[in-house]
Design a protein around this ligand. Sequence first.
Ligand code: ATP
Ligand code: MG
Length: 268
Amino acid sequence: MNVQSFIFWAVAAEQAVAERTTLVDLREVEFAYGPIQVLFDVSFTVARGEILGLLGTNGAGKSTVLRVLAGLEVPTRGTVTFDGRDVTGLPAEKLCTSGVGLVVGGKAVFPDLTVLENLQLAGFTIRTGLDHRIGRELDRFPQLAKRLDTEAGSLSGGEQQQLALAKALLLDPTLLCIDELSLGLSPVIVSELFDVIRGVNAAGCTCVVVEQSLNVAAQLCGRAVFLEKGMVKFDGLTRDLLERGDLARAVFLGENGHRPAHRKRSPR
Ligand SMILES: Nc1ncnc2c1ncn2[C@@H]1O[C@H](COP(=O)(O)OP(=O)(O)OP(=O)(O)O)[C@@H](O)[C@H]1O
Ligand SMILES: [Mg+2]
């Protein structure tokens, strides 16, 4: 994507957010792992058609929010509305078939299975047309098409993230939640993956993207929600968050999706 088309996309994305209706509504969500509460009164909406950035300090609860959205965790209080329906407590498989896709951080592929086997397993609920959909994803990610029989664990980090995205996109999600896609990848690879997300978004898929770096998120997300210690501290335009020194300095401002040394992606 060149600079001009990026600017056009960014302006269009902001206008779209202003005009679009709500797809997801989290209201006063609280969540605890056993006795330890980690989300406190979390409320925000996701507009249909936007790419929302979910940012925050280490351990702030970003991944937990995605897990709640995808039905992998049930809030102890509060509600989750998706596409006008109260889906609080609905199990992940139901939400998945209703159109909620999740790319988990760090371990989104089965390393001992081949690329093709990963895709077939991801699409096992699709009764007809799975081969067609796999073909579509291989057109989207031509590098994967060349490595169909390679074990996913032998792929490069960027290829593994392509496969993770392909697995989620196979199911035609209405909402795609992505946890730390850029972690440990070079800026060039991150930029290619972001182009794919922009394309998917332009075709109608709403996205919630957890990113460690505010600068990286700003390349992709018109709007951002910032979490600290399980609470929402900011909800607004990403460019306004960049101006908020008090919050922005709490997150890593790197350009390339690399985390500080103690938070690198674990080897797979
Ligand atoms: N399975 C678990 N059991 C107990 N506590 C957990 C579990 N998973 C996460 N936590 C804790 O819940 C809090 C929120 O974790 P979460 O992973 O959602 O944060 P995060 O914002 O995604 O952090 P990071 O930037 O490190 O990915 C942290 O204090 C974490 O230690
Ligand atoms: Mg996390």
